[in-house]
Design a protein around this ligand. Structure first.
Ligand code: FAD
Ligand code: NAI
Length: 462
């Protein structure tokens, strides 16, 4: 039996960041991980492999659609799927090994196996019981099940199966027009599949600023993705190589069937807390199956903390990382703080979609007086040169004080551009503060400045 200051269960972005930060702050730290490799969902079967496939398939799209126009002639590349899978895997391996290296560098012990918490102060891994002053649960999430839909990870798949299909399907049906459905649907569309997205609601990407969501759907439709909205999936049926998706249109209850080679079920994720022994600990949970924590990430059991997808809040890697870092600092006696209103979110399609802070719908609901500054990438020289003029930046600012309340971007590198607005909002900046900041020319960032100018006396290039 060994003893530690902190044992973290789970090595995803929440867990591994907490482990490294604890070690940096002088705490004797171990991290339990049952998977073969470190890094959790994000590095192994989430953010990283999906972004590798998004990148490769985007390159193909560029070659097919924009190369000739730039005077780059020749045959477009064809898809070598096994090689693309190898590229994806090597990206994953580099990253997961990187965490292993960081653990060694920071003297974090990796306790290999599945952990449970028999009582506060103890973590069981296999037959070994380890004593510890503090425990951090960072066990992440798993795909939610959909009644009537049986996942076999070959024909009916979750994101995990979708990342390693044997071949590019001819026809793919995606259930759920959320982040996973649209990112992976885009990948397979670009690689040549016919992709139909079936969504329960009447809009895609629920919760997103409605104007952006509408534009996003228009752009994805232009790229060839088909959408069936307001449709409740009833069940799927599979034979050896195909599936049928039965759905009902909510507006008239009419029943329809779609055929597909692969069905991707992307209707959300739920916390993964199986096997931890939380019942025995009588740990308080929310009615959505999340571990309840207070504002220092402490659960209802003293000395046991929880972070990441296993607790409330957006299921995002960077949110889990921030919590991992903050809980470590709290345990070490510091006073960390996370502003949950300033967690950006990004969809890595082309174009990217990014947002932070309030949507227009949220501000309306709050009855808040606000102004809107918008700027189209059509007025941005860099974007036009790069065939990326479709899309816009939208800044929402308080009508009286000009303080920035939210920003929504659909366009080139939106996932990078959003961060200057995050920093500005973190410092309580006004739209004018952004507008008065010199932005290099020609950059996409100028569109952010122009949107800020649009909150005041007006943009220059529109
Ligand atoms: P996880 O990353 O899920 O890690 C939990 C780890 O705990 C796992 O490795 C698991 O094996 C381990 N574990 C569980 N129980 C035990 C146990 N009892 N003992 C030992 N180990 C255990 N987010 C983004 O911000 N950007 C993206 O681009 C993005 N892309 C995504 C793409 C896909 C396809 C998916 C599925 C998710 C994506 N996400 C993305 C979400 C992101 O992956 C999660 O928000 C993030 O991984 C949550 O981190 P976590 O540390 O809470 O848990
Ligand atoms: P999601 O919550 O983003 O989207 C699920 C979609 O499915 C919603 O539009 C919902 O209305 C729809 N839906 C639910 N039930 C349905 C039904 N019966 N029939 C048809 N549609 C139905 O969930 P998703 O895409 O599975 O992603 C899970 C989590 O992973 C998200 O919370 C996201 O934060 C995270 N993620 C983040 C990424 C990023 O940051 N780029 C990338 C991928 C995942």
């Amino acid at each position: 039996m060994s003893s530690y200051d902190v044992i973290i269960i789970g090595s995803g972005p929440g867990g591994y960041v907490a482990a490294i930060r604890c070690a940096q702050l002088g705490l004797k730290t171990a991290c339990v991980e049952g998977r073969e490799t470190l890094g959790g969902t994000c590095l192994n079967i989430g953010c990283i492999p999906s972004k590798a496939l998004l990148h490769a398939s985007h390159m193909l799209h560029e070659a097919e659609h924009n190369f000739a126009e730039m005077g780059l002639k020749g045959k477009s590349p064809s898809v070598d799927w096994p090689q693309m899978q190898k590229y994806k895997q090597s990206t994953v391996d580099t990253n997961t090994k990187g965490i292993e290296f960081l653990f060694k560098k920071n003297k974090v012990d990796w306790l290999k196996g599945w952990g449970s918490v028999p009582e506060a102060g103890k973590v069981k891994v296999g037959d070994d019981i380890h004593e510890t002053k503090h425990i951090i649960i960072a066990t992440g999430s798993e795909p939610s099940a959909l009644p009537g839909v049986e996942v076999d990870e070959k024909i009916v798949v979750t994101s995990t199966g979708a990342l390693e299909l044997g071949k590019v399907p001819k026809k793919m049906v995606v259930i759920g027009a959320g982040v996973i459905g649209l990112e992976l649907g885009s990948v397979y569309k670009r690689l040549g599949a016919e992709v139909t997205v079936v969504e329960f609601l009447d809009t895609i990407t629920p919760g997103m600023d409605a104007e952006i969501s509408k534009q996003f759907k228009r752009m994805l439709s232009k790229q060839g993705l088909e959408f069936i909205l307001g449709a409740a999936v009833q069940k799927t049926e599979t034979n050896k190589s195909k599936a049928k998706v039965h759905y009902k249109l909510r507006k008239d209850d009419s029943e329809h069937v779609l055929e597909a080679d692969v069905v991707l079920v992307a209707t959300g994720r739920k916390p993964y807390v199986d096997g931890l022994g939380l019942d025995t600990l009588d740990m308080a949970m929310t009615d959505r199956g999340q571990i309840q924590v207070n504002d220092t990430w402490q659960t209802s059991v003293k000395g046991v903390y929880a972070v990441g997808d296993a607790i409330e809040g957006p299921m995002l890697a960077h949110k889990a990382e921030d919590e991992g870092m903050a809980v470590a600092e709290h345990i070490a006696g510091q006073h960390p703080h996370i502003d949950y209103n300033l967690i950006p979110s990004v969809i890595y399609t082309h174009p990217e979609v990014a947002n932070v802070g309030a949507t227009e719908e949220m501000l309306k609901k709050e009855g808040r007086e606000y102004k809107v500054g918008k700027f189209s990438f059509m007025g941005n020289a860099r974007a036009k040169a790069n065939f990326s003029g479709d899309g816009f930046v939208k800044i929402l600012a308080d009508k009286k004080t000009d303080r920035i309340l939210g920003c929504h971007i659909i366009g080139p590198s939106a996932g990078e551009l959003i961060h200057e607005v995050c920093v500005a909002m973190e410092f309580g900046a006004s739209a004018q503060d952004l507008a008065m900041t010199c932005h290099a020319h020609p950059t996409y960032s100028e569109a952010v400045r122009e949107a800020a100018l649009a909150c005041g006396d007006g943009p220059i290039h529109m």
